[in-house]
Design a protein around this ligand. Structure first.
Ligand code: FAD
Ligand code: DHB
Length: 403
C-alpha cells in the first residue's frame, strides 16, 4: 500500500493532521493501535484554547463544539480560602477557552474522516518504522494476523508518549529532557451540579484541587495525590471530604457533591524531545513532548504542531521546497518550551510540595497573591492560558501559509 503521508496514531494530533492534509488534497493513511470505541470513549482533556478552537473551526469540525461546548471568559484561582477571578478576555486581548472534552473532539474528527470517504485502520499491532532517512520511508504493521507495509513520502509520528515513532530517531540525534513531580492527580466524573460558572484552580495546605465541568449534570474534578497511591485507598466519601476541604471558601461556600461514576490516578511529567524531525519522520503532540495537566496545554500543543507540519507538507507538494519542513522542529519547539514553562509554573504555583519549608510556603502564597492581583501577573497568566501564538522570525511567511 502507498500513500503520501503515513500517520501513526488516531489521537488529536493524527486526526487533525489528516483533516488538514485532506483539505489540501493530500492523501494520508492513519494506523491506530486501539479500537474506534476505545479512542472515542477515553476521558482525557477538557480545555481547548483559542488557537485550537480556531483550527477546529478552520478544518470544518467546529460546529458541535460551538453548539455544545461551554465557552469561558475567565477562571478562578483560590488560596487562603479566597477566590480571585482571572479575566482571560480582558488580559489576553479578547481570547477565550472552551470546555469541550477531548473524546468529543475525537468523535467529530473520526466522523469527518469517514465523511471524506477515507478510512482509519484500527487495531493494528507491531508498528515499526523503516528507511526514515530515505525518500520512501515505510511503516510495517500487523492487522488481522497479516504482515502489511505502507510506503510513504512522509511519516507523521502522532502516537503519544509511549508510541514507537520517537524511538525511531537515532539516539545520537535526539536529546530528551524529562522532569518528574512528586504529585499525581486523582480525576473523577460525578453526577453533581456545576461548582461555578468557570473553572476553579485551588491551592490549599492539604494539596491542590481543580473543579472543572462537562455538562450541567456531569462534573470533572481533580485532587492532588501521591502519584504512587492506589485508587482503592480513595473511597467516594474520602474524595468528597478532600475536595470540600480544599475548595471551601471563607464565606462558607462548599462544592456540590453527588455520585462518583469514574475515578483514576495518573502521574505527571514534563518531557521534551529535541529534535522533532529526522529525515522524512516528523513527530508531533505527546510523542514529542508532554506537560503536567495544570496548564491545560497538551492537546493544544498537538494541534499547533500538526498545523505547522501540514503547512510544511503543503509547501513541499505545491512548491517543491522544504523551507518549513526543514525548520519544523525549531518552529514547534519555541512554542513547546513556552507551554512547558507555563505548565511547570502553574504546577509549582498551585500544588503543595510535601517538602516545602515555611519560608517557601510563604513565597508561594505571595506569588499567588501577586499573580492574581497585579496587572502584569494577570496578563502573564491570561496570555499563556489562552495559548501563545506560533512565533517565527519569518512570521510573515508562516502566517501567509497558515491562512
Ligand atoms: P494521544 O492522545 O496519546 O494519541 C496517540 C494515539 O496513538 C493513541 O490513540 C494511541 O492509541 C496511538 N498509538 C500509540 N502507540 C501506537 C502504535 N504503536 N501504533 C499505532 N497507534 C499507536 N490537554 C489540553 O490541551 N487541555 C486539557 O485540559 C488537558 N487535560 C488533560 C487532563 C488529563 C487527565 C490528561 C490525562 C491529559 C490532559 N491533557 C490536556 C493532555 C491531552 O490529553 C494530551 O496531550 C493529548 O491526548 C495528546 O494528543 P496526541 O494526539 O499527541 O496523543
Ligand atoms: C481539565 C483538565 C485540565 O488539565 C485543566 O487544566 C483544566 C480542565 C478538564 O479535564 O476539565
Amino acid at each position: 500500500m502507498k500513500t503520501q503521508v503515513g500517520i501513526i496514531g488516531a489521537g488529536p494530533a493524527g486526526l487533525i493532521l489528516a483533516q488538514l492534509l485532506h483539505l489540501q488534497g493530500i492523501d494520508s493513511v492513519i494506523l491506530e493501535r486501539k479500537s474506534r470505541n476505545n479512542i472515542e470513549g477515553t476521558v482525557k482533556a477538557g480545555i481547548l484554547e483559542q488557537t485550537t478552537i480556531d483550527i477546529l473551526r478552520e478544518i470544518g469540525v467546529g460546529d458541535r463544539m460551538d453548539r455544545e461546548g461551554h465557552f469561558h471568559n475567565g477562571n478562578y484561582f483560590q488560596f487562603n480560602g479566597q477566590r480571585r477571578h482571572i479575566d482571560l478576555i480582558k488580559y489576553s486581548g479578547g481570547k477565550q477557552v472552551v470546555v469541550y472534552p477531548q473524546h468529543e473532539v475525537i468523535i467529530d474528527l473520526v466522523n469527518a474522516r469517514y465523511e471524506n470517504g477515507k478510512d482509519i485502520i484500527f487495531d493494528v499491532e507491531d508498528v515499526t518504522l523503516h528507511d526514515i532517512d530515505s525518500k520512501q520511508p515505510k511503516i510495517r504493521y500487523r492487522k488481522n494476523g497479516l504482515d502489511e507495509e505502507l510506503v510513504c513520502d512522509f511519516i507523521a509520528g502522532c502516537d503519544g508518549y509511549h508510541g514507537p515513532s520517537r524511538h525511531a530517531i537515532p539516539e545520537q540525534n535526539r536529546k530528551e529532557h524529562v522532569h518528574f513531580y512528586q504529585f499525581g492527580w486523582l480525576g473523577i466524573l460525578s453526577d453533581s451540579a456545576p461548582a461555578a460558572d468557570e473553572l476553579i484552580y485551588a491551592n490549599h495546605d492539604q494539596g491542590f484541587a481543580l473543579l472543572s465541568t462537562r455538562t450541567p449534570i456531569l462534573q470533572r474534578h481533580y485532587l492532588q495525590v501521591d502519584p504512587f497511591d492506589g485508587i482503592a485507598n480513595w473511597s467516594d466519601d474520602r474524595i468528597w471530604s478532600e475536595l470540600t476541604a480544599r475548595t471551601k471558601t471563607n464565606d462558607g461556600w462548599q462544592v456540590p457533591d453527588g455520585p462518583i461514576n469514574s475515578k483514576g490516578i495518573f502521574q505527571m511529567r514534563s518531557f521534551v524531545c529535541e529534535t522533532m524531525q529526522y529525515g522524512r519522520l516528523f513527530i508531533a503532540g505527546d510523542a514529542a513532548h508532554t506537560v503536567p495537566p495544570t496548564g491545560a496545554k497538551g492537546l493544544n500543543l498537538a494541534a499547533t504542531d500538526v498545523k505547522v507540519m501540514a503547512c510544511g507538507i503543503m509547501e513541499f507538494y505545491e512548491q517543491g521546497i522544504t523551507d518549513i519542513l526543514d525548520r519544523y522542529s525549531e518552529i514547534c519547539l519555541r512554542r513547546v518550551w513556552g507551554a512547558e514553562r507555563f505548565s511547570y509554573f502553574m504546577t509549582k504555583l498551585l500544588h503543595m510540595n510535601p517538602h516545602l519549608d515555611s519560608f517557601e510556603r510563604g513565597v508561594q502564597l505571595a506569588e499567588l497573591d501577586y499573580f492574581t492581583s497585579s496587572e502584569a501577573g494577570l496578563k502573564m497568566i491570561a496570555e499563556n492560558y489562552v495559548g501563545l501564538p506560533i512565533q517565527w522570525e519569518k512570521a510573515g511567511d508562516l502566517k501567509t501559509l497558515l491562512k
